[in-house]
Design a protein around this ligand. Structure first.
Ligand code: CA
Length: 421
């Protein structure tokens, strides 16, 4: 039995109806627990499949994988084996988990292979060499342009001709669960004089990021047609932003300390293959783009996205519902543009989408837009109001795709904000 778009598979592992981690998903991640050193796992339901034990028990023997490839603190070396191999690894695990397959289900090592997710700590899935952040949502770019520039000409003249992006900071990308400290920096006081102190406009940005799975040589480019060969998978991405620091520093070279203090990601990498069935048509691009940005196929995905705020000792409230299909520029165009000048990419690079906003006010993917730069209070369920993110708040982002009863999701990225040091 294979995983085709019309085939619903089931597993001998119990998977609840709303679980993101179905047998159709099988994302890769790095975990450890009290007894086990960091290693590669695949999530299903409430369980993790320990790939290193599967390997030791000979379940991948016919693939001749390098020894110990799953006993690693990052996915990079496994991803570097290439998509042909990583697809086979995932398909082998999918096959072993099928309801009628007894090979692992009835194996004496099953207890060692299948671990509880709640007993595991999830670590950074990849060692990120370089991180790029795009700015690919038309609605987000329009909202920001209206607020800070000219409401009549919100999009700058280049925006519809190329996927705008900037080179970000890889060292401060952290996994879900690791708190973030409110940044300090220079901002402008109401009289226009520079002052120093903790940011008063701390914000999230609701994004997805893809992780590259194949390197290129300096001087080479990737076409939109080949781009998906270079994409291993996706994670949720919260691009923390200090709006007051950003507003003062960004002219003329763009984001710096208002962004580089941290970005948070979800720990399970959902593969491109798992998302294939959720492809939808890309938005019409008008004016027509230059040839190197044209696409033969669709590279847009219908993925529901949410952002929630949970103030300290209160329940959490959903503040934004958006969708990845809203993106004007797709991932193939982003990668083609990134490499068109010969810039090389490496396995484990991270390319974030930019804030994913929709057209409706409740689909805006940042507090900057939801509160319109602090003009309007955003009401939370408890009656508390927020214009930006306060100390002690936890921001939670979730994402999932669902079609014909098949669900593939990302879990969450959850981060608590600590007061400035
Ligand atoms: Ca961003």
């Amino acid at each position: 039995m294979s995983d085709s778009p019309t085939n619903t598979l089931s597993s001998w592992v119990e998977v609840t109806k709303n679980s993101d981690f179905t047998i159709h998903n099988l994302p890769f991640g790095i975990f450890q627990n009290k007894k086990l050193s960091p290693r590669i796992g695949i999530a299903i339901g409430d369980k993790i499949v320990d790939l290193s034990i599967l390997d030791q028990e000979g379940f991948f023997a016919d693939m001749f994988l390098p020894g110990g490839v799953f006993l690693s603190g990052s996915l990079n070396d496994m991803i570097g084996l290439g998509k042909v191999i990583t697809k086979k690894i995932r398909e082998r695990v999918q096959d072993l988990l099928l309801v009628d397959n007894e090979k692992l289900r009835d194996h004496s090592a099953r207890g060692k292979v299948m671990l509880h997710r709640k007993e595991a700590t999830m670590l950074m899935p990849v060692k990120i060499g370089d991180y790029t952040d795009f700015y690919s949502s038309k609605e987000h770019a329009t909202n920001v342009g209206k607020m800070f520039r000219d409401p009549e000409n919100a999009l700058l003249p280049n925006w519809k001709h190329l996927p705008v992006g900037y080179h970000g900071r890889a060292s401060s990308i952290i996994p879900s669960g690791v708190p973030i400290t409110r940044p300090k920096g220079q901002t402008k006081d109401p009289d226009g004089a520079p002052v120093f102190g903790p940011s008063k406009k701390l914000d999230f940005e609701l994004e997805l990021a893809f992780i590259t799975g194949k390197s290129t040589k300096l001087g080479d480019s990737v076409s939109t047609a080949d781009a998906e060969d270079y994409i291993f998978g996706f994670v949720l991405f919260n691009d923390w932003s200090a709006r007051d620091i950003q507003a003062w520093e960004y002219v003329p070279l763009g984001p710096f300390l208002g962004k580089s203090f941290g970005s948070s990601i979800s720990p399970w990498v959902v593969t491109l293959e798992a998302l294939e069935r959720f492809k939808v048509e890309s938005p019409v691009q008008e004016p027509e783009v230059l040839d190197y940005l044209k696409c033969e196929k669709s590279h847009s995905f219908d993925i529901n996205l949410e952002a929630h705020i949970q103030p300290e000792n209160e329940k959490s409230s959903k503040v934004c519902t958006s969708n990845f299909k809203n993106m004007y520029w797709n991932v193939a165009q982003q990668l083609a543009h990134h490499t068109v000048n010969g810039c090389n990419i490496n396995v484990g690079d991270m390319m974030a989408s930019g804030t994913i906003s929709g057209q409706e006010p409740d689909s805006f993917g940042s507090m900057l837009e939801l509160s319109w730069n602090g003009e309007n209070a955003v009401k939370l369920e408890s009656g508390t109001e927020r214009r930006f993110i306060e100390d002690g708040d936890t921001v939670i982002m979730k994402g999932f795709a669902e079609k014909n009863g098949i669900r593939v999701g990302f879990g969450e990225v959850k981060t608590t904000v600590l007061s400035a040091k």
